[in-house]
Design a protein around this ligand. Structure first.
Ligand SMILES: C[S@@+](CC[C@H](N)C(=O)[O-])C[C@H]1O[C@@H](n2cnc3c(N)ncnc32)[C@H](O)[C@@H]1O
Length: 274
């Protein structure tokens, strides 16, 4: 994946490496794939979504637009991205087909899009960082924006196994949040299924992958050999970033056996009217 993004126009460009959210720190080092299951799990989600040229696609929190480019490869009728970060919006803009697609700065729970206007909604690595109420609100918004029978794809961090003790869950949430400087509240695969089901969706496809975001084999798979070398060089030049990334990787490794990445694809059901 060789799209160039100006380093100064990246999200978090003005923040201090010791404090900024982990995903923007990785972006500043040159990382473009910022989701737990990597491109491989993204590809599975896209297979499950089966985007066709008749589809109207909405992507929540597209970040740097890596999945946007893959989605546009299916030549959908339209694409709209919604991200709350201004620099992310600019970087998605560069991937779009003029006159057909758009990206707006906004909140995933309140997109301002017309009800029933999309046939596909997707969002990766964005629900995990929200509270239970916010997760439900974003899922409700996906449901509202989708037309009857529409598909919703997610790709998030999960805890495993499904009966992991509550004490382990809170320990992992705390360790993750402290290292990535973003509130992280992953769910078990069963719980992810349940929040989709409660939000009016029927899960039709699921797949998991190890949480290996910062392992070199995954970095090479996601960013290519050259990309991985560029990231390594950037990290070696920046001691503050290096220290934080090593801390993040240490936490990911410590809990590797209790975490995974999950993608779920679900079909919109009618919700009983209140
Ligand atoms: C970890 S990054 C993931 C980016 C991209 N989806 C990927 O997988 O590479 C999280 C992204 O979610 C966006 N985001 C988080 N919460 C959001 C919300 N409530 N509404 C819109 N965007 C949000 C952030 O600005 C950022 O671009």
């Amino acid at each position: 994946m060789s799209h160039h993004v100006e380093a100064l126009d990246l999200p978090g460009a003005t923040l201090d490496a010791a404090r900024m959210p982990g995903h923007w720190l990785l972006a500043r080092m040159g990382k473009r794939v910022l989701r737990p299951g990597g491109l491989e799990l993204t590809q599975k989600m896209l297979e499950g979504l089966a985007i066709a040229s008749s589809d109207h696609v909405v992507e929540l929190a597209p970040g740097l637009g890596t999945t946007t480019r893959l989605v546009l490869g299916f030549d959908p009728a339209s694409y709209i991205g919604v991200d709350r970060d201004e620099a992310a919006v600019r970087s998605v803009q560069r991937a779009l087909r003029p006159g057909r697609d758009q990206v707006r700065q906004g909140a995933a729970a309140k997109t301002g899009l017309e009800s029933g206007s999309a046939s596909v909604v997707l969002g990766e690595a964005m629900l995990t960082m929200h509270t239970a109420e916010q997760k439900a609100a974003i899922i409700r918004e996906a449901h509202r924006v989708l037309s009857a029978g529409g598909r919703y794809g997610i790709h998030e961090l999960a805890l495993t196994p499904d009966d992991l003790p509550e004490s382990d869950k809170s320990e992992i949430n705390r360790a993750l949040s402290d290292s990535i400087h973003v509130g992280a509240r992953p769910l078990t695969v069963q719980e992810w299924r349940q929040v989709l089901s409660e939000g009016g969706f029927e899960v039709t496809y699921s797949a998991t992958a190890p949480m290996a975001l910062l392992e070199s084999s995954r970095v090479i798979a996601d960013e290519g050999l050259l990309g991985a070398m560029r990231i390594t060089a950037n990290v070696l030049r920046n001691p503050a970033a290096r220290q934080r990334i090593l801390e993040m990787r240490a936490v990911f490794r410590r809990y590797a056996s209790k975490m995974c990445a999950v993608t779920l694809v679900a079909r919109r059901r009618e919700l009983p009217s209140a």
